[in-house]
Design a protein around this ligand. Structure first.
Ligand code: ATP
Ligand code: SKM
Ligand code: MG
Length: 192
């Protein structure tokens, strides 16, 4: 089975949801996309807690499937191998229901992945400017694509992926907002 991360029971008043829908009425997977450091994993956990969904972090699922860390996979097999594993993991988990899926920043690079996400859930893109992302990811050694000159890498990757997150159903800017505020905004848009 997947590496489902247990979350606390719904602790936030579901009534805060714009349409006041009940837990039994919302079932569509929520899929978070966005550049590294936009907060998909952090915010995904909060959204899952509030909806009573389970969080599935795709990077963690790939690590579970492979029995090694992402930096190890990049070092031992290269990025192309990682992308295949990522695609496989994504397609597997999309068969489930009532998940918040926090994808890795590069899951959108494969158009088949994007089509599968559109088909398999409601997609929210998180955004932030380069300065904010650099501040958030600096010092974290778990992102092999950012090894070396973090500033240069973040700016280059952001430019390369500029149009890749546009297929989302909604786009939410995270700059100057806490993860909790971002989670609240996601829930105001989600229609289940
Ligand atoms: N809204 C926010 N405000 C401030 N810090 C945040 C916010 N969201 C996330 N962070 C912090 O930014 C860092 C990166 O967040 P996170 O790991 O959730 O990003 P991610 O989008 O999942 O990245 P990746 O694509 O690499 O998986 C973490 O230290 C997290 O605590
Ligand atoms: O943006 C990316 O390409 C990546 C983001 C991370 O979540 C991991 O999936 C991996 O480090 C690659
Ligand atoms: Mg993440």
């Amino acid at each position: 089975m997947f590496n489902l991360i247990p979350v606390k029971a719904n602790t936030s008043p579901i009534g805060k949801h714009k349409r006041g829908v009940g837990l039994n009425q919302v079932s569509q997977n929520i899929i978070l996309i966005g550049m590294m450091g936009t907060g998909k994993t952090t915010v995904g956990r909060l959204v899952a807690e509030r909806l009573g969904f389970q969080l599935l972090d795709l990077d963690a699922e790939i690590e579970r499937m492979e029995g090694r860390t992402i930096p190890e996979m990049f070092a031992e097999e290269g990025e192309a191998y990682f992308r295949k594993a990522e695609s496989r993991a994504l397609h597997n988990v999309l068969a489930a229901k009532r998940l918040v899926i926090a994808t890795g920043g590069g899951a959108v690079l494969n158009p088949d992945n994007c089509a599968a996400m559109k088909q398999g859930g409601w997609v929210a893109a998180l955004t932030a400017d380069a300065e904010t992302i650099i501040e958030r990811v600096r010092g974290d050694a778990n992102r092999p694509l950012l090894a070396g000159d973090v500033e240069e890498r973040v700016r280059r990757i952001m430019a390369e992926r500029e149009d890749k997150y546009r297929f989302a159903d909604v786009t939410i800017d995270t700059v100057g907002r806490s993860a909790d505020e971002v989670a609240t905004e996601i829930l105001t848009h989600y229609r289940g």
